[in-house]
Write a new protein. Structure first.
Length: 215
C-alpha cells in the first residue's frame, strides 16, 4: 500500500502539470480563433462554425455593416474607430448569447451571424434586437459617437434548399446593400432567392475585396 501511495504522490505533480498545460493550449487555440479587437470569431473560424450551425434547421445568415464608419475614422481618428469596433463586438457577443447565434468579424466594420429562423415573427424580433443592441452611442476620446447599422439576412430552409453558406452570404450582402441605400435597418431575402448581382471573388460586384469601386 505504501508503495502505491508513493507512486500516486509522485504522479500527481505530473498529472497536474499536464492539466495546466492542456488548459493553456486550449486557451491559446481559442485565442487564435478570435479577432483581437472585437473578441469575435475570425472569418475562417466563423465560416467553419457557421457551416456546422446551418445543419438541418431553419437559420438566417446575416451580414452586418456599420453605417458611416469611415467618417468616424476620418473625423475622430482610428482610436475612435477601434472603440466602435470593440463596442460592436461586445454588443454582438451579448446578442449572440441571448439569441443562440454564432457571430464573427469578417473584416473592417463588417460582421456576419447565423441565427435561428423558425418563423417570420421570431426572425423579425431577432433582427430588431440586433439593431437595438448595435445602435447605441459609443464614448471615445471625449466624443460621443452615434452608431447605426445596416443588416441583410438570407433565410435557409432545410426542407427546400441545400446548405450553401457562400450563397447565403451573397444574398445577405445584397439585402444589406438595400438596407444601407435606404439609410439602415434590415432587409430579408426570400428563402429560395437567387443572387441577382454579379459577383467577383465571391462578393457582390463593387464591395470591398472585388475589383470594382468600394460601396
Amino acid at each position: 500500500m505504501s508503495h502505491t501511495m508513493t507512486a500516486l504522490s509522485a504522479a500527481l505533480p505530473l498529472v497536474s502539470g499536464w492539466s495546466v498545460h492542456s488548459l493553456w493550449m486550449r486557451r491559446r487555440i481559442e485565442a487564435a480563433r478570435r479577432d483581437p479587437l472585437s473578441g469575435l470569431l475570425t472569418r475562417g473560424s466563423f465560416t467553419e462554425r457557421a457551416e456546422r450551425w446551418l445543419g438541418h434547421r431553419p437559420r438566417a445568415v446575416c451580414l452586418i455593416d456599420l453605417n458611416k464608419f469611415k467618417q468616424i475614422n476620418d473625423t475622430y481618428g482610428h482610436a475612435a474607430g477601434d472603440a466602435v469596433i470593440r463596442a460592436a463586438g461586445e454588443r454582438l457577443s451579448e446578442w449572440a448569447l441571448n439569441n443562440s447565434a454564432v457571430v464573427g468579424r469578417l473584416g473592417g466594420d463588417e460582421f456576419a451571424a447565423v441565427a435561428p429562423a423558425y418563423s417570420q415573427d421570431q426572425l423579425t424580433e431577432t433582427l430588431n434586437s440586433l439593431i437595438a443592441g448595435l445602435e447605441q452611442q459609443v464614448e471615445a476620446g471625449g466624443h460621443v459617437l452615434t452608431v447605426s447599422a445596416s443588416i441583410g439576412a438570407a433565410v435557409f430552409n432545410p426542407r427546400a434548399d441545400q446548405a450553401d453558406l457562400s450563397k447565403l452570404l451573397r444574398l445577405a450582402d445584397e439585402q444589406m446593400y438595400k438596407a444601407k441605400q435606404r439609410g439602415g435597418g434590415w432587409c430579408i431575402a426570400h428563402p429560395l432567392a437567387v443572387p441577382a448581382m454579379r459577383t467577383v471573388n465571391g462578393r457582390r460586384d463593387g464591395r470591398r475585396g472585388t475589383s470594382g469601386e468600394a460601396a
